[in-house]
Design a protein around this ligand. Sequence first.
Ligand code: TLP
Length: 344
Amino acid sequence: MNTIDLRSDTLTQPTKNMRKAMTEAEVGDDVFGEDPTVNRLEKIAADRMGKESAVFVPSGTMGNLISMLSHCNRGDEIILGDQSHIFLNEVGGIAALGGIHPHIISNEPDGTLNLDTVEKKIRTSDLHYPPTRLIALENTHNYCMGSPIGPEYMQQASDLAKRYGLQIHVDGARIFNAAVALEVDVKDLVREVDSVMFCLSKGLSAPVGSLVCGNKKFINRARKWRKMVGGGMRQSGHLAAAGIIALNDLVDELKKDHFNAQVLAKGLARLNGIALDPELVKTNIIFFNLKHPTLNPDTYLEKLETQGIKMLAIEPGVFRAVLHREISESQIERVIRVSEEITK
Ligand code: TLP
């Protein structure tokens, strides 16, 4: 039985072309700035985002962390969403390692932060307050149904930040999903922001790696922080080679994952005890609640697993399914069929 693993798009394996490119990559010592393949990837990434410069990092978590460390001093405050990955899933690194104070506000269901609320939370220079330095946004917003956030909102958020002299960072782990779903150039989503991190290792299927993009001065600082937290890699061109294929060949493929997410969402939404609005599914991430009269959520998950289907239980009764390149249409039909059987 073939496992159908919907726990995350991070599970995607490198493609054949990636494996070949990785084997054949021309490499050097990147800490000396001498890996031609890393240099090429960083140039491609910066150009794609419309920024001056970029730095290749092992993970999205490190990318977000060194971005925050580069923007903020110890004791500074950042405003971010209560559902953001930085707040929920990055081990509190900004506080532990950066002495940065997170000021949390509720995310709207579409992943945005209400800008009136943000404005009210920006600190005045009162003796008692930490200085607000930055607003962190997430696009697509993982825990808000993978919502893509459009250029108009990004522009308004940037205008607000500029009015108060704040920086904006975007956790764009899946920003290409947002661009593809909204049918815009990815540059339009980050035009006015100071930094963006995006991942190659999610739906884009590279085995490892993320990039942080911004202006030259910022990226030089980020490079130094990367070294400090142990992210200086050597012949990392072998990894960058896969990243170049990801950016050149796999961005448009994300459309299929979005289409498949729709099929799965519509199929699950009509089942007994499953609460899910397919209209809210805009990219490759689906969240749904199980409120079944007799079926316990743990049992649902166990029964799926015995049929070779894996999903993530995010909290009791709340499940996440993420579509990716390795999930076919027939597998989606199977997930719906099996779920129907379990919930009937
Ligand atoms: N997200 C993972 C888990 O950590 C939840 C996933 O399976 O979705 N920003 C966002 C929005 C993310 O979703 C993730 C990973 C990261 C940052 C961190 O990237 P990595 O895993 O490369 O450190």
